[in-house]
Design a protein around this ligand. Structure first.
Ligand SMILES: [Zn+2]
Length: 475
């Protein structure tokens, strides 16, 4: 009998498939349907690294995927780092993955699907040119698919001092031919703790921005516990993307050609693993009574009510799954004039007293950095003439519109840092003062919502040649 330092029940459970399937061979069968999936495991060529084999069973991988990395960590499948201590913990607490069609048995390596914003800690001053904006794009892709299909969590980049869930590092690993090294989740229902950009890879490969972004999308998938889609079918639980060569989780995804980000299999996987929360469907009520409106990555429209509700709908539908948000304890949500969002998924809310707070999607205030600062509108303007704001997806400039038919472009505190006095128009029959809220979407269109429950959108900041106004469904 093989001597290994793991509990006997784990050992026998792990070896069971070995004994049963020791005569089988598994060849990648592409996308051909397999009528009766069974847990067919690849048998290691040698048993020298038996512990790695057992560990790999716990992760649903074959033993060749697990390699020593350093004293404390193993490298899995080329780009995933897992602490040996976490593996040991998994062995004693997690069920062995047996490719059963049971979300419960495989959920453990994945994050718990209770609403959270996973804050990715970055140090903008130390990031190479283009890396920060590439990370924002990658966050946008994930948030787009997660929010669109209803998962309760999303990612946010976070550069302020304070606790982060995931740290973004930059370091050189000359022996690792991968753009990123990523830690897998542990057993606490949280994502992996670190993404490391491998500068050695950047030094030796001439990669494009698109490849950098897709590499980060792939890395964020590992952060959530997803493994490579080109692993042998039936080696572990297939949530929808196993064998899908277009998946963002294909081991060659960042390097190989692709035409779009998430594949059909990825979409199925997201729906399966991170399902929509069971939120009641409610109406946001009349547009004129709202605290603000913003459009997220993936073009979900969030309607924030002054009573602390958030309704997830679309640009012309304010009826949808409804949850709640919190603001600050020292000023009421009823004093919010408008809300905006950056591509780092950071939300800003502006108050009638001239201050703004920033925070997460559903924790607008007192989180994450307790920011509560004075805002300075464009020259000649005030909170009384301010009617709407949003943040350009292309460069994170904050844009503000006023009741006199002008707009300014600046930052969250200084609203005219870049320009002011630009003229905009509204559709026939509307007045500037009819505007209640403004947002932009992934395609760079600008939306004006009016107090009479209508909305129009235009390709430009000045709202020329708008589509609409059309009615917004409010009940
Ligand atoms: Zn990978």
């Amino acid at each position: 009998m093989i001597k290994i330092p793991v509990p006997i029940k784990v050992l026998s459970a792990a070896l069971l498939p070995l004994m049963i399937y020791s005569c089988s061979t598994t060849e990648e069968s592409g996308m051909q349907p397999q009528p009766e999936p069974k847990p067919v495991y690849e048998i290691p060529k040698s048993h020298q690294d038996t512990v790695a084999f057992i560990y790999s069973r716990a992760l649903g991988l074959d033993s060749t995927a697990v390699k020593p990395m350093d004293a404390n960590n193993v490298l899995i499948d080329g780009d995933m780092v897992l602490a040996k201590s976490t593996l040991t913990q998994m062995l004693s607490t997690l069920p062995i993955v047996e490719a059963k069609d049971s979300t419960k048995s495989v959920k453990s390596p994945y994050v718990v699907n209770n609403y959270r914003v996973f804050k990715i800690g970055i140090n903008p001053g130390q990031m190479a040119t283009g890396v920060e904006s590439a990370l924002y794009s990658a966050i946008g892709y994930w948030n787009g698919i997660l929010i669109q299909y209803g998962a309760e969590f999303n990612f946010m980049a976070f550069s302020d001092p304070g606790p982060s869930d995931i740290m973004f590092y930059t370091s050189g690993y000359p022996t690792v031919d991968e753009p990123f090294l990523v830690t897998l989740p542990g057993t606490a229902g949280l994502p992996g703790g670190a993404i490391t950009l491998n500068t050695s890879y950047l030094d030796t490969h001439n990669i494009t921005r698109d490849q950098l972004v897709s590499g980060m999308v792939h890395a964020l998938g590992h952060i959530l516990g997803l493994q490579h889609s080109d692993r042998k079918k039936n080696a572990y639980y297939d949530a929808g993307n196993i064998g899908d060569s277009a998946s963002v989780m294909h081991s060659h995804f960042p390097k190989g050609p692709h035409t779009k980000m998430f594949s059909k299999g990825d979409t199925a996987m997201v729906k399966r693993l991170f399902p929509a929360p069971n939120w009641p469907v409610q109406s946001a009520g009349n547009i004129t009574d709202l605290a603000g409106i913003e459009i997220t990555a993936g073009n979900a429209t969030l309607y924030y009510t002054k009573t602390g509700k958030v309704i997830r709908g679309s640009w012309d539908n304010a009826v949808g799954p409804t949850t709640t948000f919190t603001g600050r304890t020292d000023i009421a949500n009823t004093d919010i004039i408008e809300i905006s969002m950056t591509t780092a998924n950071r939300f800003y809310a502006y108050f009638s007293n001239g201050y703004y707070m920033n925070g997460e999607m559903y924790k607008l205030g007192n989180n994450p950095v307790d920011a509560y600062n004075q805002a300075y509108p464009a020259p000649g303007q005030s909170m009384a003439t301010f009617i709407g704001t949003t943040v350009k997806r292309s460069n994170n400039d904050h844009c503000y519109w006023y009741t006199d038919g002008t707009y300014s472009v600046g930052r969250s505190n200084n609203w005219a840092t870049y320009s002011s006095g630009g003229k905009y128009t509204v559709p026939a029959g509307k007045k500037f003062t009819d505007i209640k809220a403004i947002a932009t979407d992934d395609e760079g269109r600008y939306y004006f919502w009016y107090k009479d429950n209508t909305v129009s959108r235009s390709a430009t900041l000045d709202h020329s040649n708008p589509e609409g106004p059309v009615a917004v469904k409010v009940n």
